[in-house]
Design a protein around this ligand. Structure first.
Ligand code: G3P
Length: 215
């Protein structure tokens, strides 16, 4: 399973990259705003800065909601760096744009996916990644992990190559459950990835080994 980090924070991206387990980055307009990145020029430069830290795919989201606008924005994003993946919302013009980008050889990430039907459409349009938001489904008392299971079955039934990128991952158990179900990718905050490291028996066991080594 691939690990992506879901942030636009350069220090956190670098920390995850240095850990040696990072396969890519996802961003969205909210994450860019959280880092105070404003203005088109700064936003584009920030994407390049991210690409220069990591060795995997970097999702950069369009903010247009019409086909022509998405195509113009997406083509400009794709030109920034070979590892840019154009992130497109699951709306009618978004599906058309994904089809267009696929035909142009531009990788896409279909975002804001909350149902199996939406995931099926994204795959048929040729999306490289589909992003079901599992945490936000959990927030409204709907099991996000069940959606990952359903998409896995559908994609396996027909051999769709679209990778299931579990998004809105909030904690380490989300990551573990996604790995059991067979999500291709998870994107998570650094805190959730780092939490996988932790076990109190590891800490107490190491403390004992170090104490015994001194004897
Ligand atoms: O990858 C999508 C993600 O950024 C949304 O996460 O926690 O805002 O639901 P969250």
């Amino acid at each position: 399973m691939k690990f992506f980090i879901d942030t636009a924070n350069l220090a956190q991206i670098k920390e995850a990259q240095d850990l040696g387990v990072l396969d890519g980055v996802t961003t969205n307009p909210s994450l860019m705003a959280k880092e105070g990145i404003k203005g088109q020029e700064n936003i584009l430069k920030h994407y390049v800065d991210i690409c220069n830290i990591v060795t995997g795919d970097v999702s950069a989201e369009v903010i247009s909601t019409d086909f022509d606008g998405m195509v113009k924005e997406g083509e400009a994003l794709a030109k920034l760096h070979p590892r840019i993946v154009v992130k497109v919302p699951m709306i009618k013009d978004g599906v058309k744009a994904i089809k267009y980008f696929t035909e142009q050889g531009i990788k896409t990430n279909c975002t804001l996916v909350f149902s199996a039907g939406q995931a099926l459409l994204a795959a048929k349009a040729g999306a490289s990644y589909v992003s079901p938001f599992i945490g936000r489904l959990d927030d409204v008392s709907t099991d996000g992990l069940t959606l990952i299971e359903d998409i896995r079955i559908i994609y396996d039934n027909y051999g769709y190559e679209t990778e299931i990128l579990a998004a809105s991952v909030r904690h380490p158990m989300h990551i573990i459950e996604c790995a059991k179900i067979g999500a291709d990718v998870i994107t998570a905050p650094l805190s959730a990835i780092a939490a996988l490291l932790k076990h109190p028996l590891t800490d107490s066991g190491l403390a004992q080994f170090l104490a015994d080594a001194k004897k």
